[in-house]
Ligand binder design. Structure first.
Ligand SMILES: Nc1nc2c(ncn2[C@@H]2O[C@H](COP(=O)(O)OP(=O)(O)O)[C@@H](O)[C@H]2O)c(=O)[nH]1
Ligand SMILES: [Mg+2]
Length: 419
């Protein structure tokens, strides 16, 4: 098969701008796009990382204003496991397929060194599944359930002391794979002055360890202002609750304490509203896009390189997928041929060795046979001699016997004469 050579086309780069003298209609393209997207529905996948009991499930319920009916997980699991649940949600005419992925048993082991491994493997597995679908001849990407994780909410323990090493290690391992938004969990347990110090300590630690967290995009004019100001509030200090309290004539999500009430959606109480605004209302699409264009792209590039594909050859010259494939194929065939030759040579060698062995054995056998034959002849000769000797002896014996009889006879005769 010869590679198809494509002549690089000469494209006229000079472009002219024309004025339309009447309405043509392609100004409806954005609407067409919106309609199509709404029809297809949307997918969003959230990864929640944090120790058991930090309020992950409660926050998800609070964020989506529903009850996902998750059961509390135990603290004594031997390993970290990731569990994903997918839900179909609808708001107005917009359908959202939401997957919430929970880290069960995270940070519960005595040795927390490998806690991040299960998470990394899980994220990679979702990328791999998408890549495999993409590499199929018959792809069905429009109906494929994309399980790649669009955001990771990293729940930080409200210690007031800064990050634990497990937090830094895990976020560092994940920052090239997923959009990380760090959040301070159960923020109602930290005082106002402590919180500011805690936030800056966390940011400083992230920075000094080179952990890259997700930044809300500021290149889009319509949201650049709000995103810029929100970027300075990271990590969001959030409170979640499944309880409702009546305040004035409104029922609100809140946590009640003997000394007062913490309202989840009150911006002077916590950053919950900021998180919801940024995560769901402003930047959901950006996170979906970054996941595909940045994190997945990186994974894809690495995997294809592992498989031996590249856009350039050893001399930095561009090569096509097909050329690489042909090259790999001929290399593989050559290797196969070499192995076959090697095996054939080995076979011939073995046959020769066996032949020599057999010849040697034959020779030995001949020698043995000759010796036996010689022994046999000698024995025969000996026996023959013996037989002859016995025969001679018998003849001699008979002769003597006769002689004795004869002489006895004469003697007896002589005696009778005497009488
Ligand atoms: N003080 C406080 N407690 C919370 C908060 N969110 C959840 N909790 C409580 O923490 C416990 C564990 O919450 P859960 O959502 O099951 O934690 P998960 O294991 O991380 O999913 C429950 O008793 C919640 O009521 C919060 O923001 N502040
Ligand atoms: Mg939970």
């Amino acid at each position: 098969m010869a590679a198809i050579e494509v002549e690089p086309m000469k494209i006229e780069t000079a472009m002219r701008t024309l004025k339309l003298s009447g309405h043509v209609g392609f100004d409806s393209l954005p609407d067409q796009l919106v309609n199509k997207s709404v029809q297809n529905g949307f997918v969003f996948n959230i990864l929640c990382i944090g120790e058991t009991g930090l309020g992950k499930s409660t926050l998800m319920d609070s964020l989506f204003n529903t009850n996902f009916e998750s059961s509390p997980s135990p603290h004594n699991l031997p390993t970290v496991k990731l569990k994903a649940h997918t839900y179909e949600l609808q708001e107005s005419s917009v359908r959202l397929k939401l997957t919430i992925c929970d880290t069960i048993g995270y940070g519960d082991q005595v040795n927390k060194e490998d806690s991040f491994k299960a998470v990394v493997d899980y994220i990679d597995a979702q990328f791999e599944a998408y890549l495999q679908e993409e590499l199929k001849i018959k792809r069905s990407l429009p109906t494929y359930h994309d399980s790649r994780l669009h955001v990771c909410l990293y729940f930080i323990c409200p210690t007031g002391h800064g990050l634990k090493s497990i937090d830094l290690v895990c976020m560092k391992k994940l920052d090239t794979k997923v959009n990380i938004i760090p959040i301070i969990a159960k923020a109602d347990t930290i005082s106002k002055t402590e919180l500011q110090k805690f936030k800056s300590k966390i940011m400083q630690e992230l920075q000094s360890n080179g952990v890259e967290i997700y930044q809300f995009p500021v290149d889009d004019e319509s949201v650049s202002e709000v995103n810029t100001s929100m970027n300075s509030h990271i990590p969001f200090a959030v409170v979640g609750s499944t309880d409702f309290v009546k305040i004035g004539n409104k029922t609100v999500r809140a946590r009640q304490y003997p000394w007062g009430t913490v309202q989840v959606e009150n911006e002077s109480h916590c950053d919950f509203v900021k998180l919801r605004e940024m995560l769901i209302r402003t930047n959901m699409e950006d996170m979906r896009e970054k996941t595909h264009a940045r994190h997945y792209e990186l994974y894809r590039r690495r995997r294809l390189a592992q498989m031996g594909f590249s856009d350039v050859d050893a001399h930095n010259k561009p090569v096509s997928f097909q050329q690489t494939f042909e090259q790999k194929r001929s290399a593989h065939l050559a290797e196969l041929q070499m192995k076959e030759d090697e095996m054939r040579q080995m076979f011939v060698q073995r046959v020769k060795e066996k032949e020599a062995e057999l010849k040697e054995a034959e020779k030995e056998l001949h020698a043995k046979f000759d010796k036996l034959k010689k022994d046999h002849t000698e024995e025969k000769k000996r026996l023959e001699e013996l037989r002859k000797k016995i025969e001679d002896d018998t003849i001699e014996f008979n002769r003597r016997k006769q002689q004795t009889v004869h002489s006895h006879h004469t003697l007896t005769l002589g005696k009778s004469k005497k009488k």
